[in-house]
Design a protein around this ligand. Structure first.
Ligand code: G1P
Length: 289
């Protein structure tokens, strides 16, 4: 049994930065070559030993629930047509019965509020948060790397990654204090700072291991950047009483909530997929010649 058993995946956002793709499809269901982006994030969670996934969902997101369920008519048809291999592949992608919970964030009040919506399912245990906008390509999954670090040091851990300075205002940014290998102690963190006020160029990447006390802080957390209840603001408060580390993971992240990030994710995964790898290389060569 892993040390972190529950993961919250906030999937209620509208995906306004990638419209019109997301007008009738949840952004988490956008395809990365042959599977929805969300599948990649769910796989990362299970690889890290997560046993239960809490989807914080919203209106018009039922495609997500259907995707992780069985699809009886489809599976029956595949069996009758003797397409057993595809049927078995689909079966493996299902989340096993009882290992997921869907609960709705009824108002778009921010990431902090979305995480708070999962409090009753998580209970009084440390838990993970994975933002499905961000997919991370890595040998060992980012969350698995973080769980390994957590098993050594405990506390709260957030994944960070360096970004060009002109991009810091799009993210949560940490103020590093001291470094021990991949772990960084911090003196603070701030959500979406103006470039000139950013304490570093280390952005918060969208993977968190948090202690349950964060829920008490989220309970009365007032609105912050963008007039939303920010997880970063509650973490800043939690840092005053608990151990908190930033973690420089190995891997590459893609912000699929933006058109360039989504395109880059598709390209990078197509370069790896056996059915598209040679094609992408040939197309790239042709485009550059
Ligand atoms: C959220 C977090 C931010 C983090 C980012 C990663 O922002 O609030 O701290 O850096 O995800 O993608 P959002 O993208 O929801 O505005």
């Amino acid at each position: 049994m892993g040390s972190i058993k529950t993961a919250i995946l906030p999937v209620a956002g509208f995906g306004t930065r990638v419209l019109p793709m997301t007008k009738s499809i949840p952004k988490e269901m956008l395809p990365i070559v042959d599977r929805p982006a969300l599948q990649i994030v769910v796989d990362e969670a299970f690889e890290a030993g997560i046993e239960h996934i809490v989807f914080i969902t919203g209106r018009n997101k039922s495609a997500i629930e259907d995707y992780f369920d069985s699809a009886y008519e489809l599976e029956d048809t595949l069996e009758k047509k003797n397409k057993i291999e595809i049927k078995e592949q689909l079966e493996k992608l299902r989340i096993p019965a009882g290992k997921s919970t869907f609960t709705r964030q009824q108002f778009p009040l921010g990431l902090g509020h979305a995480v708070w919506c999962g409090r009753a399912v998580v209970g009084n245990e440390p838990f993970a948060v994975l933002l499905p906008d961000v997919i991370i390509k890595a040998g060992k999954g980012c969350l698995a790397q973080m769980v390994e670090a957590y098993d050594n040091v405990g506390g709260n851990i957030i994944a960070v990654d360096a970004v060009p300075e002109e991009e810091v205002s799009k993210y949560g940014v940490i103020a590093p204090k001291s470094r021990d290998g991949k772990l960084i102690e911090m003196s603070g963190m701030v959500e979406k700072p103006p470039r000139e006020d950013a304490p570093s160029n280390l952005k918060i990447t969208g993977r968190y291991i948090l202690q349950p006390e964060i829920f008490h802080l989220l309970e009365d957390q007032g609105p912050g950047a963008g007039n939303e209840i920010q997880l970063t603001d509650a973490m800043e408060r939690l840092m005053k009483t608990q151990q908190f580390y930033a973690f420089e993971y190995e891997g590459q992240d893609f912000d699929c909530g933006s058109i360039p990030g989504y395109f880059e994710a598709v390209f990078a995964h197509a370069m790896d997929h056996p059915e598209t790898k040679a094609l992408v290389q040939a197309l790239a060569r042709k485009a550059l010649s």
